[in-house]
Design a protein around this ligand. Structure first.
Ligand SMILES: Cc1cc2nc3c(=O)[nH]c(=O)nc-3n(C[C@H](O)[C@H](O)[C@H](O)COP(=O)(O)O)c2cc1C
Length: 308
């Protein structure tokens, strides 16, 4: 145990977060009380739901399906659309205690450019834009943007032109070689990479003898995917120079520490807080205790240490 004070702050490509814990996109209500302490104490930033140009009702039918240690979702980017978000939600959430990260779903180039130019008018209210090039739920003409290095680069280049603030690209595990996609996103101007979104899965209903979800496949999240996400964090952080935010299945302090040891500068939590809203406080406290016990002064001392 060291007497040196431990700071929980981390820097993500020039953005200072008071804690390395981030609330993952699509999992947190836009009601104002959820963006304030004490709920958000120990949270460094919270991501909005995916934002699109026009309002979206989301997918029909069943949207959530529990699996052992995991959750399948097929929400379909339900959101009020950028104008309603800016008018109704942003004033509430951006006056809270936690920094706002705008999650933007990569739709057509024209629509994404329009969303980003509207966000740019309010740039000072956001810590960053998180460009979701990974959503597996919406049929937008075939392959996801993040499935291929050249498509990913095209998406990030477009966002870089339209949004001058910090830009995070959220990658998908559904790609051939994630290190190549990561390098392409970095070269195209991303300031950080979020690794990663959900893994495509499926559920079958033996009674109806049909897939449970209207779109057949759905995104798997929660503790079931943690070892898979950890491996991606290791691979991506070894391939790029920009910071990596680990995301996928984190449910306890050891998971957050493991992500950082594998190369993550911060860690996002989504599904687990559905069953434990206090997880940010618990993980945040235990992280600081662990750092103090090890004699570190900051979580940044841990980043990538597992590789040395
Ligand atoms: C119900 C639900 C909705 C989600 N919506 C979004 C979204 O709108 N945009 C996005 O980039 N990711 C979305 N995600 C993915 C999460 O942000 C996160 O990447 C994924 O769930 C893995 O983290 P976890 O295992 O901690 O939940 C969603 C996940 C869930 C469970």
């Amino acid at each position: 145990m060291s007497d040196r004070p431990v700071s929980s702050a981390v820097s993500i490509g020039g953005v200072l977060l008071r804690s390395p814990l981030i609330i993952a996109s699509g999992t947190w209500p836009h009601e104002p009380e959820y963006w304030k302490d004490p709920i958000c104490a120990f949270v460094g930033a919270a991501c909005t739901k995916a934002l699109t140009l026009h309002p979206r009702e989301g997918n029909p039918g069943i949207r959530l399906w529990e699996t052992p240690c995991g959750l399948l979702n097929s929400i379909g980017l339900q959101n009020p659309g950028i104008e309603n978000f800016l008018r109704d939600d942003l004033p509430n959430i951006s006056s809270g205690d936690v920094g706002v990260v705008a999650n933007v779903a990569m739709e057509s180039e024209e629509e994404t450019a329009a969303v980003l130019s509207r966000l740019s008018v309010f740039e000072e209210r956001f810590l960053a834009v998180e460009l979701n090039i990974s959503c597996p739920n919406v049929d937008a003409g075939g392959m996801a943007w993040g499935a291929d290095p050249s498509l990913a680069a095209r998406a990030v280049e477009l966002a870089r032109r339209c949004w001058k603030g910090p830009l995070w690209a959220k990658l998908t595990p559904q790609c051939g070689n994630i290190a190549e996609v990561a390098r392409a996103a970095e070269a195209a101007g991303a300031d950080a990479l979020v690794v990663a979104n959900t893994w495509l899965g499926m559920a079958m209903d033996p009674v109806s003898e049909k897939p449970v979800f209207s779109r057949k496949v759905a995104g798997l999240s929660g503790p079931a995917i943690f070892p898979l996400a950890l491996r991606l964090v290791w691979e991506v952080s070894s391939a790029v120079q920009i910071p990596v935010i680990g995301c996928g299945g984190v449910s306890k302090t050891e998971d957050a520490l493991s992500m950082m040891l594998a190369g993550a500068s911060a860690v996002a939590v989504g599904t687990f807080h559905f069953s434990d809203l206090g997880c940010f406080r618990n993980i945040g406290r235990e992280l600081l205790e662990h750092l103090a016990a090890k004699g570190y002064s900051s979580p940044m001392d841990l980043i990538g240490k597992g590789k040395k």
